[in-house]
Design a protein around this ligand. Structure first.
Ligand SMILES: [Zn+2]
Length: 56
């Protein structure tokens, strides 16, 4: 399946909205089960991308 390959290579996922236990919403890929770990933050935070600088 080509689409499975998209998941495997982390190119594109088939996000579906799910309810978390605390009532919040999150996205999960219904093909591979991956949670969307990119959501949550606002958009356009200055320098939001994780650079090579040591985190933590
Ligand atoms: Zn996926």
């Amino acid at each position: 399946m080509l689409k499975a390959l998209l998941c495997k290579l982390n190119i594109q996922h088939d996000w579906h909205l799910e309810h978390a236990e605390d009532g919040s919403l999150y996205k999960r890929c219904q093909r591979c089960g991956k949670d969307d770990d990119r959501g949550g933050g606002g958009t356009g935070a200055g320098g939001a991308w994780a650079g090579p600088a040591g985190m933590g």
